[in-house]
Design a protein around this ligand. Structure first.
Ligand code: NAP
Length: 256
């Protein structure tokens, strides 16, 4: 009887570091990676107890590192803790992100900087940190950035967020161009409208919620489990020749 060989999708023996691991899409990606066999390091500014519990339920391997990612000065601490736990990090997921809703004319410099620092600047410097190591040891690696529908569209009342997520799409291409020859795959996932803390304000606004739902061909908001397949694929050997691409996981939003 034919036995399917899915080993190209396996993450056994790999270590993945996921930012924003305590909740939402980051938590979903941590669980998916652990299910695919990876050791997972979850970075978050507060406890990842819920993520740890979900992974412990199937005896997966997880370690949390507490760090506030608004300042790139925390990077050496994160790397040290990660390597102490599992040795070499093979996969980086730049997931942590914030959104500030406000009319463009009212945006403060403080809010602008907070969004850009986490969603864009940190993505670059964490990626640079691991790419340096991967280029030095010649073994390559995987970077998965979390983009957005607002990598393609303007959005409403979220100008800093749109700027940052549009930058993530461009940065994904730029880094892939530089690092593909070093066996480093830089790709991104652009989630559609997902039911997480990020969209709680939108979902509690009856009018905006109905408008959004009415435009999603799949007819429902996405969930953290919906990004699992794309994340495991991009982190695995199956994606070895995929470089600089942003995969939409959006219930068909962009196809509309
Ligand atoms: P979320 O539940 O708000 O998750 C965001 C994560 O980032 C949380 O773990 C959050 O931690 C963490 N974070 C925020 N500021 C941080 C900081 N200074 N240091 C460390 N961690 C920090 O929303 P989500 O939807 O899962 O968002 C995950 C990613 O997907 C984000 O990049 C978001 O922009 C992107 N995205 C989401 C959607 C959507 O519809 N939900 C769509 C497209 C893209 P706390 O819990 O402590 O705040």
């Amino acid at each position: 009887m034919f036995e399917p060989d899915l080993s190209m999708f396996s993450l056994v023996g790999k270590t993945a570091l996921v930012t924003g691991a305590n909740t939402g899409l980051g938590q979903g990606i941590c669980v998916a990676f652990a299910q695919a066999g990876a050791n997972v390091i979850g970075v978050a500014r507060r406890s990842c107890a819920e993520t740890a519990e979900k992974i412990a339920a199937f005896s997966g391997s997880f370690k949390e590192v507490i760090a506030d990612l608004s300042d790139s000065g925390v990077i050496p601490h994160i790397v040290e803790e990660a390597e102490k736990a599992f040795g070499r990090v093979d996969i980086l997921v730049n997931n942590a992100g914030i959104i500030k809703r406000c009319d463009a004319v009212d945006v403060t410099e403080e809010d602008w900087d907070a969004v850009i620092d986490l969603n864009e600047r940190m993505v670059f410097f964490l990626s640079q940190t691991f790419a340096k190591k991967w280029i030095a040891d010649g073994k390559g690696g995987k970077i998965i950035n979390i983009a957005s529908m607002l990598s393609y569209q303007g959005g409403i009342r979220v100008p800093a967020y749109t700027s940052s997520k549009s930058a993530v799409l461009g940065l994904t291409r730029a880094l892939a161009n530089e690092w593909a020859s070093h066996n480093i795959n830089v790709n991104a996932i652009a989630p559609g409208y997902m039911a997480t803390n990020n969209t709680s304000n939108l979902r509690s606004d009856d009018q905006r919620s109905a408008e959004i739902l009415g435009r999603i061909p799949a007819g429902r908001w996405g969930t953290p489990a919906d990004v699992a397949g794309a994340a495991v694929f991009l982190a695995s050997d199956a994606a070895a020749y995929v470089h600089g691409f942003t995969i939409a996981v959006d219930g068909g939003w962009l196809a509309r």
